[in-house]
Design a protein around this ligand. Sequence first.
Ligand code: DOR
Ligand code: ZN
Length: 447
Amino acid sequence: MELLLKGGVLHDPAAGWNGPAEILIKQGKVEAVSTSLESIEAPVLDLTGKVILPGPIDMHVHLREPGGEGKETIATGAAAAVAGGFTAVACMPNTFPAVDSREIVSYVRKRAAETALAHVYPIGALTRGLKGREISLMWELAQEGVKGFSNDGIPLMDSGVMLRAMQYALLLDMPVISHAEDSCLSAGGVVHAGEHGYRLGLPTIPSSSEAVMVARDLLLQEEVGGKLHLAHLSCRQSVELVKWALEREIVLTAEVTPHHLFLTEQALEGFNTSAKVNPPLRSAADREALVKALGDGVIQVVATDHAPHMRLEKEEGLMDAPFGAVGLETALPLLWTLLVDKGLLTPLQLVEAISSFPARILNVPGGTLQKGSPADLVVIDPYREHTVEPREFYSKGKNTPFGGWTLKGLPVITMVGGDIKMWKGMVKGFSDEFPREEKTFFLEGIS
Ligand code: DOR
Ligand code: ZN
């Protein structure tokens, strides 16, 4: 499909673009970007009043396939991604079996090619079976196409194994994505070790369980070098440690989730299991430190840690319900409403955090809409308000702590490789009302 996007405002830090733009798309790629493409003959999509962002890449999601298809599949997770405005996701290896062999990587990639509307980049297991005892067959996994390595979901206690994994990842020039948790400090815990957690009378997870492992990983990184990425930071101690490391010019990147940016331990009020996540939601001071760190560039990436679970599992009560919240279908409106609209983050900074940095860290195409780039983009409506209704999610997981929140910045078009995958909330192949013919897009228009 050839088309011309007119009337929208483009924020693309990599291209140095921050204003009105006309974008010509041809054969799945960006052919031209200019303030005016008058002489071009192509079907026009009028995006007046809308905002265009280079395709957001959620570098931390759980798609559950293979082995957890009751919670999510690659198909439903990717549908949720495009519904939420993401054009790509990187999926974590804590599946059943774990992504620790050539066969499973190739299975995930095959399922993605067959069923996914978004790009799906598998992350390989850092250790065999995610058991933390020996490094995985990292070279083989890299050959098969993983974009990074992680023990996400399961603490990696053995520092020697972590060191060897980092050395090996350095040789492969691939990122190690660290789930920083000391299981001796967090074991059996359910809620943050703070005022609120104590009042609930539940076993706690102290900030130190994260911070001591952040410190360890930073010290190892200083020795080894390579690409270290710290996943889902949750507390101010971790932020302080990252600041210290950046001052020492230790090379690293760090990530925060929307739920840690916008919620505190108070969200567990009423024993709300959808707010049970790992690492846990912490205090107001922690939340404020994370928001500030993102604004200051101490934290570079926002990723959702999209963790779908079944309703029955989440009804088990706070002690027994699994950790995790879905995030793909609320992240962009949350970030737009609560950071950009409030002036805490510029649109360019937002794009850095959700598009440019993830593309660079994972070494994948995208993150910008410069000429020649894949036509992966999202169009959002910066003004229209929408109330989060979990029943409407394309994800199988409805476990969100943001149900009922009224937000702006709703994604209205998601385009992957020049192809419209989401149109005004309808997802191709998943929604009966999705336009059958291309010309409908141009005739109907967006507003
Ligand atoms: O809340 C979480 N859920 N944190 C993790 O680290 C793992 C994830 C999951 O797989 O459900
Ligand atoms: Zn995770």
